[in-house]
Design a protein. Structure first.
Length: 235
């Protein structure tokens, strides 16, 4: 093969490699972009904890004595960011138990008033090890040093807590005829780490937990996992 032929082949090969690199760069440039990530003012965990606690409280109320009775639900004393859910779950429970819900007080034989004395979250944390801190210098001219956390184990518990009470009065006489009593209900989520390994359980299930549970059931041939139990209600 002549030198000129080898030179031409080399030039062609270099051009081909350059074209491939150029295509890859163009393709990479065309594929570049950004995904806008946003968070709601309230975390999904907070909302799940609170609505789960409320659902447990509602589930403990027996409306059966008002079955087939026209009832007006007075929700004026309910408030908070989840009021629509709170009212919806009350009305749903009453309807499931045979109550005839009416919106006009003139059509109601009974008015049920509802109020929530507690509707909020709480949390506590513990650490087995040395928490992050700032150590003062041993000598006056030595600046303070920030020490990172050195934890063997950690645990954080989050709770959703609600307190519900209802009473009913006769619309014709205004007389008191029924009360639910005070119903306390709660839900919880526990996050823990032991030796750097994370564990989580509770009465609510986050999307990542649900996905892992479903994947595990499918891999083990057990189909769809059963629904997780909810929180706790106390009269």
């Amino acid at each position: 093969m002549l030198r000129s032929d080898r030179s031409e082949i080399g030039r062609t090969a270099r051009m081909a490699v350059g074209a491939v690199v150029l295509l890859l760069m163009v393709g990479a440039g065309a594929g570049c972009g950004s995904i806008r990530v946003t968070d709601t003012p309230r975390s999904a965990t907070e909302q799940l904890l609170l609505t789960e606690a409320w659902d447990q409280a509602i589930g403990a109320v027996d409306f059966s004595q008002f079955a087939a009775t026209p009832v007006k639900l007075d929700d004026a004393l309910l408030n908070g960011p989840d009021k629509h859910w709170m009212v919806y779950r009350l009305r749903e429970s009453m309807a499931r138990q045979g109550v005839i819900l009416v919106d006009d007080p003139e059509e109601a034989e009974v008015v049920v008033e509802a109020s929530a004395g507690v509707y909020g979250t709480n949390s506590n944390s513990m650490i087995l090890g040395i928490p992050a801190n700032t150590m003062m210098g041993a000598l006056p001219f030595v600046p303070p040093m920030a020490m990172g956390e050195a934890a063997l184990a950690t645990r954080t518990d989050q709770y959703g807590v609600t307190r519900l009470a209802l009473f009913a009065r006769d619309t014709a006489t205004g007389h008191f005829i029924w009360e639910s009593g005070t119903i306390d209900a709660d839900s919880y989520l526990r996050n823990a780490t032991v030796g750097g390994i994370a564990f989580r359980n509770g009465s609510i299930e986050l999307p990542s937990d649900r996905h892992r549970r479903r994947t595990w059931h499918r891999l083990t041939g057990r189909g769809e996992p059963p629904p997780r139990p909810g929180g706790h209600a106390h009269r």
